[in-house]
Design a protein. Structure first.
Length: 269
């Protein structure tokens, strides 16, 4: 039986504004399937976004939603979680929104280990706001603000999240939709701060400028240039020249709201 996405969509909001070939819709569907797998209550679930292409998702889905200011999605989400710790809080954010103007919120959410799930829609560019290079634009790639090649070296979202202390860290791609759904679902189920680096395509402002072919070509690139972490763990040589996908960390450690509640209880005694 076909999956019923309509049960999670707001009536009358489609068609979406994403460009033809944009993989954001694919990632959104993985998130919806993950929510369904974890059987989250729509009335007890909050989806928060900042500014950018990924930020449009809360407008389409039928949950409690917040469309906030640029880079501040995790700040708003932290406020929601602290006010109502029982709610399931999910943040969707682009690579620029999460790691540039939102970078400070990112690292502190990781170190606090607050029970929020962050999905980074990582398409290597500021897609909506003009095609500027982002913190994940590869070295040498073209963008509107680096017309002769990006002189910066890119952040690795997984390395950054692990270094800052996130207790669940994973990476998937928009090509590998079934594994991506599973990674997001496991992140939602994990009690602590979860980061899923969702590699996706931007054929309009990134692919076209860098002559990466069609939207299909860009998705197929993920098929040929990624390898699962479980394979690499057994055969490290398989990682040569590849992007590694899978779960990189899944640790049990004290959750921030729980620790804060202990302080309140101690002070109240």
């Amino acid at each position: 039986m076909a999956f019923d996405y309509d049960q999670y969509m707001r009536p009358g909001k489609l068609p979406h504004i994403w460009c033809p070939g944009c993989a954001h819709g694919i990632v959104m569907k993985s998130i919806i399937r993950a929510i369904d797998r974890e059987q989250l209550d729509k009335d007890n679930t909050v989806i928060v976004s900042g500014i950018g292409c990924a930020s449009r998702m809360p407008g389409y889905v039928d949950f409690n939603t917040l469309h906030t200011t640029h880079g501040r999605a995790l700040g708003f989400a932290t406020g929601v979680k602290m006010a109502k710790p029982s709610m399931d809080v999910i943040v969707v954010s682009g690579d620029g929104d999460a790691l540039a103007i939102g970078g400070n919120h990112f690292i502190h959410s990781c170190r606090r280990n607050i029970n929020i799930t962050l999905i980074v829609f990582n398409n290597n560019i500021y897609g909506m706001t003009g095609g500027q290079f982002s913190p994940t634009t590869p070295h040498g790639r073209l963008a509107s603000t680096t017309p002769y090649g990006n002189p910066d070296y890119a952040f690795d979202v997984v390395d950054l999240a692990m270094g800052a202390g996130a207790s669940y860290v994973a990476r998937g791609t928009a090509y590998h939709t079934v594994p991506l759904t599973r990674l997001i679902a496991d992140g939602i189920a994990h009690r602590g701060f979860s980061v899923i680096d969702a590699l996706c395509t931007c054929p309009t402002t990134y692919g076209r400028r860098n002559k990466l072919g069609s939207a299909t070509d860009m998705l197929l690139w993920f098929k040929g240039n990624t390898v699962g972490k479980k394979i690499v763990d057994k055969k490290p040589e398989k990682a040569e020249g590849k992007i590694i996908t899978g779960v990189f960390r899944q640790d049990e450690k004290p959750e921030y709201c729980d620790e804060y509640a202990k302080i309140i209880e101690k002070v109240s005694d």
